[in-house]
Design a protein. Structure first.
Length: 352
């Protein structure tokens, strides 16, 4: 049946003159799952063409706020902000391990401390997905670390990260700073360059803060990995997945080989988290001319499984994580200038 008959517009519908191939190319460029689902409701012809789109972007809607009445007995489903903070400080490793054991829910998901509807139901009509980008809601402030961003003072924090997974985490790179201030035209550049050359020692309090940042990013990355595991169960043709958040803070990426590795591994049978190697670069102040900012407490952390490639490959790992055009290029410049500092720190997280 033609679209013109179903819509009963009373006038000729020019969509009926377009061949299926052209309509298919239009839907491919549309990409957005929400609008593609609306298009399927227009007529039977659209409903038969739209499921063939193989590249989908899905913005997952946030669920209604959870009240205290719903919090009891739902720890594995909704992670409140206060619980997250307390757990990060007192029981970080136990929390990560517990999070990695969470079973996927059919009705809803909880990731980054935010509850939202599962993507699987929305993606059911699409039969040929090969590339998928899911954007999930953010919970609370996208700025983390100091109190400046939360209290509306002089500057907000910066925290960006990217992680890759197979059956386990393969890499995670984090860029953080306590504040990002506008460059002052009063000789600030000289101070920053001198700071980089001196390669500041990091104080204990600053090191603890960066450990909290790192654990927070690992938690978010592991939760998104579990979300991908649930998605690929129903999408057998998928070759590329990106899970990002609405604040643009972090993302998890998996390619075809990594997805196959995850599928071929035991279905959540290995709960052990393998030992991780970490390398951290830190300077007290860093000027980024292209951004027009001075980063205070600038830090880069690179993480990968112990013994995978040693520390020799960490620099290449960091360089590949942030780059490209636009914001990625700016972030990449900040990372490159930061790594020019001679001092770096190495840490190990034992398996558990």
């Amino acid at each position: 049946m033609s679209c013109s008959h179903e819509m009963s517009l009373g006038s000729e519908n020019f969509f009926d003159r377009l061949p299926d191939e052209i309509l298919h190319s239009v839907f491919i460029r549309l990409r957005d799952a929400k609008f593609l689902c609306v298009s399927m409701a227009v007529c039977r012809r659209f409903r038969s063409i739209v499921p063939q789109v193989d590249e989908i972007f899905l913005r997952v809607p946030r669920k209604n706020p959870v009240t205290h009445d719903h919090e009891n007995g739902s720890w594995s489903r909704v992670l409140s902000k206060n619980l997250l903070v307390r757990t990060l400080i007192f029981k970080p490793m136990r929390f990560i391990s517990g999070l990695m054991r969470l079973k996927g829910k059919n009705e809803e998901c909880s990731c980054d401390g935010c509850s939202y509807h599962t993507p699987n139901e929305i993606l059911k009509p699409f039969e040929e997905i090969r590339s998928l980008h899911v954007r999930i809601p953010s919970y609370g402030d996208k700025n983390m670390g100091s109190k400046a961003g939360r209290e509306g003072k002089q500057a907000a924090n910066l925290l960006k990260w990217k992680a890759e997974f197979g059956s386990q985490m393969q890499s995670c790179v984090i860029l953080g700073a306590k504040s990002c201030l506008e460059i002052k035209k009063t000789g600030e550049s000289t101070l920053c360059d001198q700071t980089v050359r001196e390669a500041d020692l990091i104080a204990d309090a600053e090191l603890k803060l960066r450990i909290v940042w790192t654990i927070s990013c690992l938690i978010a990355a592991s939760a998104r990995h579990e979300l991908i595991r649930e998605i690929v169960k129903d999408q057998r043709n998928i070759e590329n997945v990106v899970i990002s958040d609405e604040s643009g803070q972090g993302k998890v990426c998996m390619n075809r080989g990594q997805i196959e590795e995850m599928r071929n591994s035991k279905k959540k049978g290995d709960d052990q988290v393998h030992s991780l190697s970490m390398k951290m670069w830190y300077v007290e102040k860093l000027e980024v001319p292209s951004l027009g900012k001075v980063m205070e407490g600038a830090t880069v952390v690179a993480i990968r499984p112990s013994g995978s490639s040693g520390y020799g490959g960490m620099e290449e790992l960091v360089a590949a994580a942030f780059g490209g055009d636009g914001e990625g290029m700016v972030v990449g410049e900040a990372v490159g200038r930061l790594m020019a500092a001679s001092r770096c720190y190495t840490l190990e997280i034992s398996s558990f």
